[in-house]
Design a protein around this ligand. Structure first.
Ligand code: ACO
Length: 327
């Protein structure tokens, strides 16, 4: 049986670190409030020259290096983002340029924090059709560019980062992606959205002054939906593969809030030592959070061949989804 396997992983972050103490001098908040409510202590924030596409290209380069694959051998780039370099061209095309991946098609997936899980699912479908294809699935964000730095409800949460995987087909037993599960509910869009910048409310001086190009969120409501949807779709992935929660060796949820991750793990009855959590150092990096965590787990030797890895995402839209992988 042909399965989609991960040949390499990579991640990249900006140089600058913004701590909770730094934020204390920007808005009325405290390290104590942020750490207890979210689990975040610091996050990376981009400076001049660092963009969604440059971070994505760096993460992709590292994944290609690990796989021993040259940029010109890449057939496709699928990039999840909510903070593209520009509206046009798509950020995937800019990554193709930066990498010199001259033979690759490239496009973006717009599914907020679920962007990487959506991108990986699409890559999996293309690989199943043409197992020789080598596809980069990427999640990359410069959330700092769409964060309202005067809104303490949101500005303490987000960070910038990119993560990438290179996938291709393999007949190596049961290894690879076992199943993918995607969902959305557009009826709930008003709980987490960016009001301005699109065709309904185009860019204007007024929009800029009100900072309406930034993320608006009803945190409490998002929290409840995130816990429910992350739990439901993870259960679906476990049951579809005739597994039990205790079979999962590493659970990698979207790093939105440490309390959400712990609650979901508790409902799934997955012990905390099998839940990957790095939100303390990155904050919520939206579509980048899962591939960054996957790369850390991979490079630190946390993953062994044959391990069951469950990816679980939730974000604006709402969108959510899960991917079960035999490493
Ligand atoms: N510092 C200090 N006080 C604050 C801060 C802050 N940074 N932010 C809010 N507060 C205050 C509020 O004003 C409120 O004060 P009040 O009681 O006087 O009105 C109080 O703290 C409690 O606020 P809540 O919003 O109820 O706090 P909560 O415990 O819900 O935590 C949080 C807020 C962290 C946002 C939480 O709701 C959460 O994590 N929600 C989910 C976020 C998420 O999962 N997003 C998903 C994806 S994001 C994406 O797609 C880009």
């Amino acid at each position: 049986m042909i399965r989609t396997v991960i040949l390499g992983t990579g991640a990249a972050v900006p140089k600058k670190v913004l701590t909770n103490q730094d934020l204390e001098s920007m808005v009325e908040t405290s390290d104590e409030w942020i750490a207890t409510r979210t689990g975040i202590k610091s996050r990376y924030i981009a400076e001049d020259g660092e963009t969604t596409s440059t971070l994505a290209a760096e993460a992709a380069r590292r994944a290609l290096e690990m796989a021993g694959v040259k940029p010109e051998e890449v057939d496709m780039i699928v990039l999840g983002t909510t903070s593209p370099d520009m509206i046009m061209p798509n950020t995937g095309a800019l990554v193709q340029k930066h990498l010199g991946a001259v033979n690759a098609s490239a496009f973006d997936i717009y599914a907020a924090c679920s962007g990487f899980v959506y991108a990986l699912t699409i890559a999996d479908k293309f690989v199943k059709e043409s197992p020789e294809k080598k596809i980069l699935a990427i999640g990359s964000e410069l959330l700092s560019s769409i964060t309202d730095w005067q809104d303490r409800n949101t500005c303490v949460l987000f960070g910038d980062a990119a993560g990438a995987v290179l996938v291709s087909g393999s007949t190596d037993g049961d290894r690879g992606i076992l199943s993918t599960h995607l969902y959305s509910d557009g009826c709930l869009w008003e709980l987490l959205y960016i009001p301005g910048g699109g065709c309904i409310y185009p860019p204007s001086a007024e929009m800029a002054e009100k900072r309406d190009y930034c993320i608006r969120m009803h945190g409490n409501e998002v929290y409840k939906h995130a816990v429910r949807s992350l739990t439901d779709v993870a259960w679906e992935a476990i049951r579809t593969n005739n597994l039990k929660p205790e079979d999962v060796d590493l659970f990698i949820p979207h790093q939105a809030n440490i309390r959400i991750m712990k609650k979901v793990a508790e409902r799934l009855e997955i012990q905390e030592d099998r839940v990957y959590m790095n939100i303390e150092r990155y904050g919520n990096t939206s579509s980048a959070s899962i591939p960054v965590a996957l790369d850390e787990a991979n490079r630190s030797g946390r993953l062994k061949q044959g391990d069951l890895v469950l990816l679980d995402a939730f974000g604006g839209g709402f969108t959510w989804g899960a991917v079960m992988i035999r490493w």
